[in-house]
Design a protein around this ligand. Structure first.
Ligand code: MIC
Ligand code: SF4
Length: 646
């Protein structure tokens, strides 16, 4: 049978299940990646699961998010992760080496393999024909130990790219076009597979930009074929041995087809506070900008930054603009330095940050009150920059650089196009990647005082009763649930301390109310939990006693994280029931284990309103067992006990 690229990889890694959209499948994982803000939890979980050493082909731990060391906490986390990497057989990419997704693309991504990462932008590796999926930490810990990753078989959408990009229009505009068409929930339950003659002109880093921001569509992942362009990139990285051709068979089937005519695109920008609020750059022309940030795992490759350097060469940014650049990796930065492009950036007035996530996750460079910040990043969620009143826009590096020069959002097409050529060789220097020890059994895990035990749920009781603590709207992000600006990120290994900030962008009083009531239920609209993979957005509510979330729909990773924590992810059958619920309503769910085992419907009694309504628990049989056990950790332990493994 003629197969597409996605199905070829899934078939080669299938542990269980059928390739029927919506059915649960088990996938074997070749590689894993973690970063520091999710990594501490992953390695604590790996320890709690009792695995002696990773069983993957390769696992890599990156230090890239939490690199502002304003106290001992981040440095302690880094030291803990380094000790865990040495102990468990994981490659350790040190702080300064770059952002996980950019470095993984350069050094480790292998076409045709599977990658599971504790970061929602793990699909960046799809730019090179790898099936790369973002997941919560517990799922990654299990995959590191050799367990399969379970997911519902997604629908596969073919994105056919035809025509040629006009000057000044780039990969970012392709993905912004899709976000404009499909919205931030348009990709839930789908994998986007790119094809068509338009691919030939897209280099691997450009493909990676598109795959990266597929996460903003809510997609399971995005993937490009592995072709001649991929081979060129791997050759330039000295890794041609990792290449294999992987293209869709003639006549392969897809569940849906989308066509984009590249020649009809123009520079785009996403407006505050959502990546799908897309407008044309020319429609915002003359909007004064106060800050321009260039970098992040979306757009900080060598070619991206070289283009920026060419645009800025010999010029000076105006006094009201702060231009900050965070290169994606040390390889990128060192190339810019050797080519002289770094000097062009500095001389134009750019502030060069270290090769890390930086302002993308609010680690420094928070804009001024009410300021306009134009960024080449992937997320502009409310408050994420560290300044709630800031207006954050997302665009390509070209638009960002030209706008920085003019001091206002500017359509670059009024300038002569700049051209840069793709390098034939990248300077390879892996001396900031510490390989694992052959035998790590004697290595001690080093835990600083800020590294606290994470909460583990109990077996599901016969009934649950609690108050509705908060009623929320559509598209609540994990940045709302567990905000992560510079002062909170160092608390990622300290759930009790984080709990004081849970959902505060929605309601300042929430943590105090949750604690006073001894927990309860959360109510939300569509796409609850979109955005990051941080399982803190489930572990912290668990710590606060949240028993269930009732929503119109859930984002994929967050739903899995709730399940893994033993919190019920329930969807409304009737929108009316969502609209009728009020804060402080008292809810009762009786005979829960029986109801869960019997099917999909769960009855909820609203004691305050004096009525009952039904909700759906759309999960697999395995996930039901996980919920009954109180989460993935107790479930895994129970299974191990049953098999006589201590
Ligand atoms: C993000 O871009 O939101 C993050 C920070 O990289 C998160 C991970 C985290 O919250 O630590 C993600 O994308 O999963
Ligand atoms: Fe880092 Fe931002 Fe990428 Fe997340 S989206 S991995 S914070 S650069």
């Amino acid at each position: 049978m003629a197969e597409n690229v996605t199905r070829k990889i899934i078939k080669a890694h299938l542990g269980a299940g059928q390739l029927v959209p919506g059915e649960e499948i088990a996938l074997y994982i070749d590689q894993t990646l973690t970063q520091d803000t999710t990594g501490t939890m992953v390695y604590l979980e790996f320890e709690a699961l009792g695995f002696p050493r990773v069983k993957t082909k390769r696992s890599v731990a990156y230090i890239d998010h939490n690199t502002l060391q304003t106290g001992y906490r981040n440095a302690d986390d880094h030291r803990f992760i380094q000790s865990a990497a040495a102990k468990y057989g994981v490659y350790f990419s040190r702080a300064g080496n770059g952002i996980c997704h950019q470095v993984h693309l350069e050094r480790f991504t292998v076409p045709g393999q599977t990658l599971l990462g504790s970061d929602s932008h793990t699909p960046t590796a799809g730019g090179m024909g790898m099936l790369a999926i973002g997941a919560g930490g517990m799922d990654v810990a299990v995959a590191m130990g050799g367990g399969a990753y379970y997911l519902n078989m997604p629908e596969i959408v073919k994105v056919h790219l035809k025509g040629e990009l006009p000057p000044w229009v780039s990969a970012k505009d392709i993905i912004l076009t899709l976000l404009d068409r499909l919205s931030v929930k348009g990709g839930v339950g789908k994998i986007f597979e790119y094809s068509g003659e338009g691919l030939e002109q897209l280099t691997v880093p450009e493909r990676a930009t598109i795959a990266n921001m597929g996460a903003e569509l809510g997609a399971t992942t995005s993937i490009f074929p592995s072709d001649e362009v991929t081979l060129q990139f791997l050759k330039a990285q000295g890794r041609e041995a990792d290449w294999q051709e992987l293209i869709a068979d003639e006549g392969a089937n897809y569940d849906e087809v989308i066509e984009i005519d590249l020649s009809g695109l123009e520079p785009l920008v996403a407006c505050p506070h959502s990546p799908d609020k897309v407008v044309k750059v020319r429609d915002l022309a003359s909007t004064k900008v106060n800050q321009v940030c260039i970098g992040s795992c979306t757009n900080s490759s060598y070619v991206d930054l070289l283009k920026v350097a060419k645009i800025l060469c010999g010029k000076t940014i105006p006094p009201h603009v702060s231009l900050v650049i965070s290169p994606g990796s040390r390889q990128v930065l060192s190339m810019l330095a050797t080519q002289g492009a770094l000097a062009d950036l500095i001389n134009a007035g750019a502030r060069i940050l270290e090769c890390a996530c930086g302002p993308c996750i609010g680690m420094g460079q928070a804009p001024a009150t009410g300021a306009v910040s134009l960024r080449t990043f992937n997320r502009n969620f409310y408050g994420r920059s560290g300044t709630s009143s800031a207006h954050v826009y997302l665009c390509s590096p070209e638009v960002a650089a030209v706008s920085a020069l003019y001091g206002e959002i500017t359509d670059p097409r009024l300038l002569e196009p700049v051209t840069v050529s793709f390098p034939e060789k990248f300077p390879v220097n892996d001396n900031l990647i510490v390989p694992p020890l052959a035998d790590g059994t004697k290595v001690e895990l080093i835990k600083g005082p800020n590294i606290k035990a994470f909460p583990v749920n109990q077996e599901l009781p016969a009934s649950l009763e609690g108050t509705v603590l908060l009623v929320m709207e559509d598209n609540i992000t994990t940045d709302h649930i567990m905000p992560s600006p510079a002062d909170l990120l160092p608390l990622r290994s300290n759930i009790p301390a984080l709990a004081e900030h849970c959902l505060t962008p929605v309601d300042e009083e929430f943590p105090a109310r949750a604690q006073a009531k001894g927990g309860g239920f959360l109510v939300a609209g569509e796409n609850y939990g979109q955005g990051s993979s941080r399982e803190h957005a489930a572990l912290v509510p668990l710590y606060l006693g949240i028993k269930g979330v009732l929503a119109l729909s859930f984002a994929r990773i967050h739903k899995a994280n709730l399940l893994n924590s033993g919190i019920l992810p329930l969807t409304f059958v009737e929108k009316e029931d969502y609209l009728c619920l009020n804060k402080d309503d008292q809810l009762v769910l009786d005979n829960l284990p029986q109801q869960i085992l019997a099917g999909e419907t769960i009855m909820v009694q609203n004691k305050t309103g004096g009525y009952s309504f039904s909700v759906k628990l759309s999960v697999s049989v395995r996930q039901k067992e996980i919920l009954l056990a109180g989460g993935l950790l107790p479930y895994t332990r129970k299974k191990a006990e049953a098999q006589g493994v201590s």
